[in-house]
Write a protein that binds this ligand. Sequence first.
Ligand code: ADP
Ligand code: YYY
Ligand code: MG
Length: 248
Amino acid sequence: MWRLVTSLTALVSSSKSSILNQPASTLKIWKSLTTETPILARHGISTHDCTPFITFVLGGPGSGKGTQCAKIVETFGFKHLSAGDLLRREIACNSKYGSTILNTIKEGRIVPSEVTVKLIQREMESSDNHKFLIDGFPRSEENRIAFERIMGAEPNIVLFFDCPEEEMVKRVLSRNQGRVDDNLDTMKKRLKVFEAWNLPVINYYAEKGKLHKISALGTEDEIFEQVRPLFAACEQINSKTLLFLEGQ
Ligand SMILES: Nc1ncnc2c1ncn2[C@@H]1O[C@H](COP(=O)(O)OP(=O)(O)O)[C@@H](O)[C@H]1O
Ligand SMILES: Nc1ccn([C@H]2C[C@H](O)[C@@H](COP(=O)(O)OP(=O)(O)O)O2)c(=O)n1
Ligand SMILES: [Mg+2]
């Protein structure tokens, strides 16, 4: 359950994290509680009042978004929603949008926002979890605005895996998952699309003070050590807030 808003300032400044490329004073996080406790009940806080905690996970193709999301899920219990996976599922089940999505993905372009947001919405609304990692979304300002309009929500934090193009190309070409877009031709187009459409979204969240830029070079574990402090800080807030409530 997600409810109170707490400032991370103290926690972040004591975490010695190098990933926070913004003043800690601008960082706000919603308190997360996954279970109803007597302490909460005494304070009139119910799990029915849930507001989701939303993390957008951005980065170029092959920057390691999916790999790091799996680690966040395993360590912090988030629900992982990969926009690309949801779209590929539509192709696989021959939905009415299937062939349009397939052609768009092959050409390295972005699927119309209405389609992608509806898929994300369906998953969020049917999930018992309230902590979401939305991976590979928003990929354009149009995506971002459609999400805000349809869901009436904004992300609490945004991760950006910053990776040199050369490394992204290398990783995508050796990904070996049988994806129709993992070839040099589509990859070149995807990199152009990333620069033209995704970078403005990244800049938007940087200006809003929500962006956490992470260097995507290094081993998977080294990269996760940059990610971990962010979510660990959220967990620390949970326990501190509970202790605070307990003292009331
Ligand atoms: N830190 C890393 N170093 C080397 N290869 C990586 C790293 N992280 C992920 N990979 C590999 O690179 C490929 C792309 O990673 P993936 O998580 O699918 O990226 P994205 O979701 O951003 O496209 C995968 O084959 C993955 O195993
Ligand atoms: N928000 C999104 C996310 C993905 N897509 C489409 C277009 C993308 O090139 C493909 C693949 O996305 P995916 O996030 O799975 O790709 P990477 O993991 O970054 O390689 O899906 C989209 O149209 N809109
Ligand atoms: Mg991915």
